[in-house]
Design a protein around this ligand. Structure first.
Ligand code: PEP
Ligand code: MG
Length: 910
């Protein structure tokens, strides 16, 4: 390799910087920035980063490129100079940490080895450095043996323990636990120097016995073992499965960071902690963090001890009794406070930081853009824009559609919640609410979810091994750990409902039960989690929509509105849906499916009449039924036009094949026959005639209106009369009449004639001069796209029905894809489900052709989309690029569409 392989940082200088994430990984790039940028130059322990390119090289054949050894040695020398210590020196040894750092953070998924360079020979030197703290040194040594044997000698060597218990880490831990229980100790801190010395000996013997090799006692051996193991951990099981979930490419590789060790566990003037420059749970602009006195960094994240709050603001139910850093080390707190402010100002985003205090000196160990949930992301985006830290465009790009979706998720019905006694309380690590059945292992969470059940994963604490189960579960509940524990970190990243540190739960994984005082909760029992408050309840509580008065969200969406070019409408078939959509800020209804009134609540009567119409034999029979149906249709349309007053409402004429509405059960058939005054046999015969072998391509959509013009006529009359009556009442209705399943301009012309005639009749009847309206078509048959030029000569608007366009473009039956599409995705025949996200190559081309030909024939032709894709962020981006006028989606997706449309506008401006 010719390229530079090692980048140094420290002493106020850096060879890398924050922009070099691809090469140095996120951690390495940020360490370089913190240590060397002229505005920062923070106290970062010196170190160096081996590039991700070296990782990729190493992955092929587990060999290092020539020259790497020399570069690493040189860099170690530079650290030695800055620290005034020497690697491997028995009198004054330098210890280093070896850590992973990929381009994108993968919390806890890869390996770390600390205290590298501590050997039998250097132990006395470290004791001297620590001011004679022998206990600290042997504690560091036993940690090194544990970590090294686990990470380097077992995992990186690809040794598969038979089960969890037989892994080397577990075996060493159980030796220590045995010693503790024999001596009657409750915590690790009670272990004496003699105990620890004995433990180190026993650990080494065990390592030899289990892994068949001596624990290496040479500093160089340890260093290279650590570096190799970190590279190898890129292909470890956990890292691979995390990459699958997060969509991180395998060939990115990880960098390795080797850095001088500083110790937070050198006594009571030492500490370690983590913090966020703003609250990652709700976005408030307050420094939020936790720390532990006399501890190493991993103790905070592992959730073994409950960390203390850094300041008053970070206090919770859980840790309010503990002393804050602000009180215990006020000078250092002020220094830390200043650094975190500077970091946020420098990065213009919320930072997640790690720090260590060694004998009264503060070191910054890490900073990165902090993960946050949807509420926090949105709140910070609005606030930072107002603080002029970021532009409006940047603010809009800071919230992903997925994060916004979190905000729209249900919460527990406050009334039901108020009436219920909490089961347990913990820390609110991931907001929102969820209910489900308790499971105790990640594997069960995956299994139960597959079976269609809602699983709540309950763990003592989670580990990176649990990620798949955490992903599958509705919510996560742990007994231990703080806001920065693994569970909290992962849940926050995913926007998953989560409570951590619910300390009053006693979990018995073997019996699969939880004891809470007198109470016993078993596997399969229902619980409801309020992740916003950190409270769990017994049973499944009712949920309601979360979109209560949220002023910030409103502000945020208005920012989106001021940027986006696409209009956003809703698909709404009922008056309730239309009101909801209006509340969510739509600019109209993009699809009102008339057939909806024949399904669900209150549909009995109109459906019965519709059935009469369907099985009618003659036009007069049919007209009679249609006349009866007329007031129902008019009422529904009128209600919707009224709710949407002033805004366009696309009313689509009847679309589904009529046979769908024929009753199946005997009693209903009999009732219908009676009403029509015919025998059931005759009715069955008429129904049989309607049967089609391929109804999706059969007698539906415009074809119904061609064969039964009176069906279209009745609907069109209902639309115009509804509008006329509203105008008479001083309202401003704006219907757009839409003809579905059109493939030829003559079909449209035929229907247009009917519409023109009915329009003038209605004007006359109501004495009106005009009813504002549009007449248009759906584009959902590939042929319609191709002949769009001709269609546009008649049609005043197009609406792409991408559900059918995808169905007919691919020749995939919408209702039958379950049988083959999963295989198409898993075998990578298709990159994703084309019914969820527009297939650019094929269906997208049809859309582009349709738009181009349509607009050529009619300048300013209004074009929208009303298939399911209208609520999918990536499809929305496509629609923006294709210069549609609007997207239409279900009311709940409207806020997401507003955001996605704004993001598309920003992206394409660039
Ligand atoms: C479509 O085909 O995209 C559409 C909106 O119509 P439907 O789903 O009712 O067929
Ligand atoms: Mg359709």
């Amino acid at each position: 390799m010719k390229r530079k392989m090692v980048y140094f940082f420290g002493g106020g200088k850096s060879e890398g910087n924050e922009k070099m994430k691809e090469l140095l990984g996120g951690k390495g790039a940020n360490l370089a920035e913190m240590a060397g940028h002229k505005d920062l130059r923070l106290p970062v322990p010196p170190g160096f980063t081996i590039t991700t390119e070296v990782c990729t090289y190493y992955m092929h054949g587990r060999k290092y490129p020539a020259g790497l050894k020399k570069d690493v040695e040189k860099s170690i020398k530079r650290i030695e100079l800055l620290m005034g210590r020497k690697f491997g020196d028995p009198r004054n040894p330098l210890l280093v940490s070896v850590r992973s750092g990929a381009r994108k953070s993968m919390p806890g998924m890869m390996e770390t080895v600390l205290n590298v360079g501590l050997t039998e020979k250097t132990i006395p030197g470290l004791i001297r450095q620590s001011g004679g703290n022998e206990r600290f040194v042997y504690d560091a040594y036993r940690r090194l043996i544990t970590m090294y044997s686990d990470v380097v000698m077992e995992k990186a060597a690809r040794i598969e323990p038979k089960n969890e218990e037989s892994g080397i880490r577990r075996q060493l831990e159980s030796i220590m636990n045995k010693m503790k229980s024999e001596s009657g100790y409750k915590s690790d801190s009670e272990l004496t120097v003699e105990d620890l010395k004995k433990l180190c000996k026993m650990f080494k013997a065990k390592v030899k016995e289990v892994l068949g090799k001596e624990f290496p006692d040479g500093p160089g051996q340890q260093l290279w073992g650590g570096i190799g193991a970190v590279f190898a951990s890129w292909n470890g099981k956990r890292a691979v499965s995390y990459r699958r979930i997060e969509g991180i490419p395998d060939d990115w590789g990880t960098a390795v960071n080797v850095q001088a060790m500083v110790f937070g566990n050198m006594g009571n003037d030492s500490a370690t902690g983590v913090g966020f420059t703003r609250n990652p749970g709700n976005g408030e602009n307050k420094f939020y963090g936790e720390y532990l006195i006399n501890a190493q960094g991993e103790d905070v994240v592992a959730g073994i001890r409950t960390p203390a709050p850094v300041n008053e603001y970070s206090k919770s139910e859980h840790n309010k009794g503990l002393i804050t850093l602000e009180k215990s080390m006020p000078k250092l707190y002020r220094e830390l406070f200043d650094y975190q402010r500077r970091l946020e100002k420098h990065y213009c985003d919320m930072q997640d930081i790690e720090f260590t205090i060694e004998k009264g000196k503060l070191y910054m160990l890490q900073c990165r853009t902090g993960k946050r949930n949807g509420l926090a992301a949105m709140t910070m985006a609005v606030d930072m824009f107002k603080e002029r830290l970021i532009t409006k465009e940047e603010a809009v790009m800071r919230v992903t559609p997925g994060q916004l979706d979190e905000l729209l998720h249900p919460i527990i019905d406050p009334k039901a919640e108020a009436a219920k006694k909490p089961l347990v309380k913990g820390l609110p690590a991931g907001p929102g609410a969820a209910s489900g059945q308790i499971v105790f292992t990640a594997k069960d969470a995956v299994e139960w979810t597959k079976q269609g059940k809602k699983a709540i994963l309950v763990r003592e604490e989670t580990s990176p091994e649990d990620v798949e189960g955490m992903r599958a579960a509705q919510a996560i509940l742990t007994a231990r750990g703080g806001m920065t524990s693994h569970a909290a970190l992962v849940a926050r990243g995913w926007g998953k409902c989560c409570i951590v540190g619910a300390g009053s739960m006693h979990i018995d994984v073997n019996k699969k039960q939880i004891n809470i005082e007198e109470k016993v909760i078993k596997e399969g029992d229902w619980v409801t989690i309020n992740g916003t408050k950190g409270i769990a309840y017994e049973g499944g509580l009712p949920m309601i929509d979360a979109l209560e008065e949220n002023k910030k969200l409103d502000e945020f969406l208005k920012m989106c509105d001021s940027i986006r070019k696409l209009g956003v409408r809703a698909n709404a078939d009922t008056i309730e849906d239309a009101s909801k959509a209006r509340k969510f800020g739509v600019e109209g209804i993009g699809l009102f499916r008339t057939e909806h009134m024949f399904y669900g609540k209150g549909s009995d009567e109109p459906l019965f009449i519709l059935r009469k119409m369907i099985v009618s034999k003659t036009e007069s029979e049919r007209r009679k039924a249609l006349d009866e149906l007329f007031p129902y249709i008019k009422k529904d349309i009128k209600g919707t036009l009224e709710v949407m007053d002033g805004l366009p409402v696309v009313v689509r004429l009847l679309d589904p094949p009529l046979h769908e509405f024929v009753p199946k059960d005997k009693e209903k058939l009999w009732l219908l026959a009676k009403e029509l005054n015919i025998s059931t046999e005759e009715l069955e015969e008429r129904a049989e005639k309607l049967h089609e072998s391929n109804p999706m391509m059969g007698h539906r959509g415009v074809r119904l209106g061609i064969t039964y013009p009176e069906v279209s006529e009745t609907q069109i009359r209902a639309i115009f009369e509804a509008a006329a009556e509203l105008i008479k009442n001083g309202k401003n209705p704006y219907p757009e009449i839409m003809i579905p399943v059109v493939g030829d301009a003559n079909e449209l012309a035929n229907q247009f004639e009917i519409a023109k005639r009915v329009y003038s009749e209605v004007l006359k009847k109501y004495g009106l001069r005009e009813i504002r309206h549009h007449f248009g078509t759906m584009i959902e048959i590939p042929r319609a796209s191709l002949v769009a030029g001709k269609l546009a000569q008649i049609s005043e608007f197009f609406s792409f029905g991408t559900n059918d366009l995808t169905q007919m473009g691919f020749g995939f039956s919408r209702d039958d894809i379950g049988g083959f599409l999963p295989d198409y995705i898993s075998k990578k025949i298709l990159p994703e489900d084309p019914f969820q996200s527009i297939d650019h190559e094929g269906i997208g081309e049809l859309i582009k052709i349709g738009i181009e030909r349509g607009r050529k024939a009619r300048k300013g032709l209004e074009i929208g989309i009303c298939g399911e894709h209208g609520g999918d962020p990536r499809s929305i981006e496509f629609c923006h690029a294709a210069k549609m006028n609007y997207v239409s989606c279900s009311p709940f997706r409207v806020p997401i569409a507003r955001l996605a449309a704004a993001q598309a506008a920003i992206k394409f401006k660039k």
